[in-house]
Design a protein around this ligand. Structure first.
Ligand code: ADP
Ligand code: AMP
Length: 230
């Protein structure tokens, strides 16, 4: 089972890199932000609860987030592995993930930090547009869609996230960067932390992630020509 954690501040490029990596490793992306946004859209009790925190730029409490993640990991398509985008975001979540994977005889193969400094994060989030159907991210300057307002990949409408407004962006950075450091420390202590320079162009970041995963012995990364589990 390949479990790859993509770590980074909000806006670092995790959601941009995760589908590229998933296609190469042939395992699904599990993004807790996307799961929460789907629950909000569907108006489920979990969505209503999560929305209060998301709109305020705060982390959703660990108990709710861990339950949501473990339910998703229990689905059959996650049996061969997953790319985790946006989870874990606290040391408690990281420990809960370790426990769940250990119970399956597995573990986190690599935690890759997409490293981007604060001022660039603000620029990225304030210009971000994402598609309604699948959450594919675009940027109005650095990565625009071919047709304004339309996703290149699935033709759905693009929109700006409610939490990508300037005030909420600042709150998210204030609230979330401290716990990101806890999670980085967790994986550094576990010996599986790797880091890439997220300021590079999207394809360069992708190539560096591949190189890091190959070095970590994760099968299916670029150059092997083989799918995970093949
Ligand atoms: P995250 O999932 O980490 O919050 P996203 O993948 O949604 O971040 O990226 C945030 C914004 O930055 C998006 O508008 C995206 O198009 C843009 N972006 C992502 N990677 C890069 C990059 N390497 N260079 C420039 N812009 C990028
Ligand atoms: P993202 O799409 O990853 O930027 O997440 C959007 C929002 O969802 C975050 O600002 C949090 O409010 C919430 N969220 C996503 N993942 C987590 C997590 N692992 N722990 C707590 N809250 C989360």
């Amino acid at each position: 089972m390949n479990v790859v954690v993509l770590l980074g501040a909000p806006g670092a490029g995790k959601g941009t890199q995760a589908p590229l990596l998933a296609a190469r490793l042939e395992i699904p992306v599990v993004a807790t932000g996307d799961l929460f946004r789907a629950a909000v859209r569907e108006g489920t009790p979990l969505g209503l609860e999560a929305r209060r925190f998301m709109d305020a730029g705060r982390l959703v409490p660990d108990e709710i987030t861990v339950r949501l993640l473990l339910e998703r990991l229990a689905r059959p398509d996650a049996a061969d592995g997953v790319i985790l985008d946006g989870f874990p975001r606290t040391a408690i979540q990281a420990a809960a993930l370790d426990a769940a994977l250990t119970a399956r005889g597995a573990g986190v193969g690599a935690a890759v930090l997409v490293d981007v400094p604060g001022e660039e994060l603000v620029r990225r989030m304030s210009g971000r547009w994402i598609c309604r159907a699948n959450g594919h991210p675009y940027h109005e300057v650095s990565s625009p869609p071919r047709v304004a307002g339309v996703c290149d990949l699935d033709g759905s409408e693009l929109y700006q996230r409610a939490d990508d407004q300037p005030d909420t962006i600042r709150t998210r950075m204030d609230q979330q960067l401290g716990s990101l450091r806890e999670v980085i420390d967790h994986y550094r202590a576990a010996g599986c932390l790797r880091s890439v320079d997220g300021l590079q162009a999207i394809d360069r970041v992708a190539a560096d992630i591949d190189a890091q995963l190959t070095a970590a012995g994760i099968r299916g990364a670029a150059g092997s020509g083989r799918a995970a589990g093949a």
